[in-house]
Design a protein around this ligand. Structure first.
Ligand code: XBP
Ligand code: MG
Length: 259
């Protein structure tokens, strides 16, 4: 029925809506801990999401939005320390069950596992954050559902660079044409497309719904559930019961070069 070997999932914004009420809040708590008056509002954070990776995002904030800040001598160490605190806050929030999976994610993972479709993760977020989400939003042992977890600083360049998808594909010994990638953002789609993946399903969220995705096979507002069907912005409409393996098998292959 399927002509793909594996499903490769982004995490932030795709498996769960982690940015506004998760990462953003954790950054602000770390800033407060350090006695900084930095306040990443929901609107500012929309601009900051142009850059992936928390450490990279803080540097971008200083370069673009807080140029008066008197930088410490060792800015790298300063940012690394803030980021460690941010990760502690973020994982503590997830341990309390603060962020659920997006609708349809659990259903699709279960169907894929039952059909022996291989699963992997390709994300820019820190590995502890992936574990915190999977361990708290899925049953015990669910980390093992994912054959390969590519996350954070294990590659030199974060999305939109292709590095993390290249890394995952290499470890799975798969070709780009063998997988379907799931993304929520233009940076993520560019990363997958630059790695040569030609089937990318986008599920947008409030931070990414205005973005354009020329390389996506379809752009939906979610994976959908029987009681809450998803809508298509481009591509084939998903079944009323939500995106399933049969739907993924019908996705158009697209090889549009990223801008
Ligand atoms: C996710 C990110 C991440 C998180 C923060 O992008 O950009 O950086 O916002 O995570 P994508 P860290 O979904 O495209 O992978 O602070 O752990 O870097
Ligand atoms: Mg994402």
């Amino acid at each position: 029925m399927t002509d793909y070997e594996a499903l490769v999932f982004d995490v932030d914004g795709t498996l769960a809506d982690t940015e506004r009420d998760g990462h953003r809040v954790a950054f602000n708590r770390a800033f407060a801990d350090a006695g900084l008056d930095w306040d990443w509002t929901e609107d500012l954070y929309a601009d900051l999401l142009a850059v992936t990776g928390g450490k990279e995002r803080m540097r971008y904030y200083l370069d673009r939005f807080n140029t008066d800040f008197v930088r410490p001598y060792d800015l790298d160490a300063f940012i690394a320390d803030l980021h460690r605190r941010k990760t502690e806050h973020y994982t503590a929030m997830l341990a309390k069950g603060a962020i659920p999976l997006r609708p349809g994610v659990r259903r699709l993972l279960d169907e894929a596992r039952a059909a022996c479709v291989r699963l992997a993760i390709a994300t820019t977020t820190t590995p502890q954050n992936v574990s915190a989400l999977i361990e708290n939003a899925l049953p015990p042992g669910a980390l093992d559902w994912f054959e390969v977890i590519g996350a954070g600083d294990i590659v030199a360049h974060k999305k939109p660079a292709p590095d993390i998808y290249d890394w995952v594909l290499e470890r799975m010994a798969l070709k780009p044409a063998d997988v379907v990638a799931f993304e929520d953002s233009a940076n993520g789609v560019d990363s997958a497309a630059r790695a040569g993946i030609d089937r990318i399903l986008v599920t947008t969220n409030r931070y990414t719904e205005a973005q354009i995705f020329p390389a996506a096979s379809a752009v939906l507002d979610g994976l959908g559930e029987p009681e809450a069907p998803a809508n298509a912005r481009t591509g084939v409409a998903p079944p009323a019961a939500g995106v399933d393996l049969a739907y993924l098998a019908m996705l158009e292959r697209r090889t549009v070069a990223p801008a």
